[in-house]
Ligand binder design. Sequence first.
Ligand code: F6P
Length: 359
Amino acid sequence: MKRVGILTSGGDCQGLNSTIRAVAKTLYNYYGADDVEIIGIIDGYRGLIYGEYRRMKPENFSGILTMGGTILGTSRQPFKLMRVIDENSVDKVAAMKKNYKKLNLNCLVVLGGNGTQKTANLLREEGLNVVSLPKTIDNDLWGTDITFGFQSAVDIATNVIDCIHTTATSHGRVFIIEVMGHKVGWLTLYAGIAGGADIILIPEIPYDINSVIKTIKARTASGKNFSILAVAEGAISKELASLPKKQKKAAIADMKYPSISYKIAEEIEQATGQETRVTVPGHFQRGGSPDPYDRVISTRFGVAAAQLIIDKNYGNMVALRNGKVVPVPLEEIAGKLKTVPTDSEEIKTAKAMGISFGD
Ligand code: F6P
């Protein structure tokens, strides 16, 4: 009997259930339902630490292809605290190893983003058999061209920009749509291009507010009565970006606005006199059904992960590289962030179209 543990960790996104389903169905098809047992670990690494799990049955994986969220639950367990003994005197790494052994697992399947992959690599170093899958709407996982969840979030953020476009035109306003993405600008860049934003601000290209204001004034002078800005939640001014790390962190923490978009909005309104509004779709971007692209890529990833288990090819994350799903060693990707290259084709395309990055 083969025993496989599976967990989802970190922020959720579309495509978690379709990935879980693909792993499970491939394993049941290969081994037969009586010869493989899948253990669903509840709420990510927390369940593995505290021994919370569910023995799954094949029917648990039916009807979940289009379902958002995760049937297993998730939680954030920061990597930097993994080696720190918790308030109940639990040694988390030792506890995870103990539960893995207690459950008699042959392998642990982990679905997650950056922090999750770091912990997956730590467990690999500790001798556990781990296979991981790249999940996040941020698309910031090094080693893979795409993560599942990203496209669905692009769809939602684009839809927000589309809707805002009509009201911005009617009222002749400036609108900022603040897009998620943590420290990187993939989601904002893609939604910004897809939604026809006039200005896109991403963390990789610190902005100069005077340049942003100049673009808006030029649009007004050319007869355009509205402007649309797609602003990444991690967007940063040139001024702040030039500060030493500690000072920068303190300045961001001291900001009197709920988020960067509100600061930019105030500066634009003061300088142009044009009414400026902010829309923050927030967690809406992570919710609901995966789109068809994510259903396909998560199924491809899930099948490939199951194949790694069948081949006992542990210690890898499945990734999409140049159109092919391939394994990449966890030690190669853990702890690395995939930012938007400032000379990427996407940025060049946007600039060629006259989209301003405020630089
Ligand atoms: O990593 C996914 C993400 O949605 C980021 O885009 C965002 O910054 C963060 O998670 C929000 O985290 P939380 O759900 O913990 O508020």
